[in-house]
Design a protein around this ligand. Structure first.
Ligand SMILES: [Zn+2]
Length: 117
């Protein structure tokens, strides 16, 4: 029915689509503004369910504008110092050899069980 109304008003399909997107974009403006913020879910809920009431839309907009940006979680993967990986520390020369080695790769010193020389 709406299409016929727009047709009678002289709009073609393209402009109707554009108008629909414009209205949709305006309707979800609060959600768009809250996109990267912590309260995005809440704003979207109010925007979606109460946005058709002007009050709900304004509340969603206000909430979107006041909510803090989501703290960006920067995960710094610091690789642990290469000491812990299974390896044998040679007591004689202080170099590491692959875990399970019986003799030091560098100086040939024999490893004893328990790491005691
Ligand atoms: Zn050694």
């Amino acid at each position: 029915m709406a299409v016929f109304l727009f047709d009678s008003a002289g709009g073609d399909a393209g402009s109707i689509l554009f108008l629909a997107l414009l209205i949709l974009g305006l309707y979800f403006l609060p959600s768009i503004l809250a996109w990267n913020k912590g309260d995005f879910g809440s704003v979207l809920a109010i925007n979606f369910f109460l946005g058709w009431t002007l009050v709900g839309w304004v509340i969603a907009l206000a909430w979107a504008l006041k909510s803090e940006p989501k703290p960006t979680q920067v995960v710094v993967q610091q690789s642990a110092p290469q000491v812990n990986p299974p390896s044998e520390l040679c007591r004689a020369c202080g170099k590491y050899s692959p875990w399970g080695s019986r003799f030091c790769n560098s100086c040939g010193q024999p490893f004893t069980m328990g790491g005691r020389a």
